[in-house]
Design a protein around this ligand. Sequence first.
Ligand code: ZN
Length: 99
Amino acid sequence: MGCFFCGSAGSSCEKYPEGKDIFRLQCEKCGTVDFSEHVDTSKLGTLTADDRASWAEYFRGNKGKVPLIDFGNFDSIQERLRDKRDAEKLRAELQKKRG
Ligand SMILES: [Zn+2]
C-alpha cells in the first residue's frame, strides 16, 4: 500500500495491536504516526494533494517521536500547515517580483 501522505510504497497502516481506536502508519519517509480512528474516517478524505504533502513534511520533521493525530489536534495542525504554505507561496511570489 502506498503511503497516503507521501505516496511511498514502503509503508503500512495497521490497527495498533494494544490500542483502542488507533491506527499506526509506518512509512519509510514519514516515520511512525498514530491516528485515532475518528481522524482516519472523517478527516483524511478532505485533504488535498498539497495538504498531504504538507503533512508528510510535518511528519518527517517529527522523526524519532510518534505523534498522535486525533480529533482534537488535527484541525489546528492542518491550519498551521496551510498558513505556513501560504506564507511560503507569498514569499516566493514577492521574491519573483523583486527579481
Ligand atoms: Zn509517507
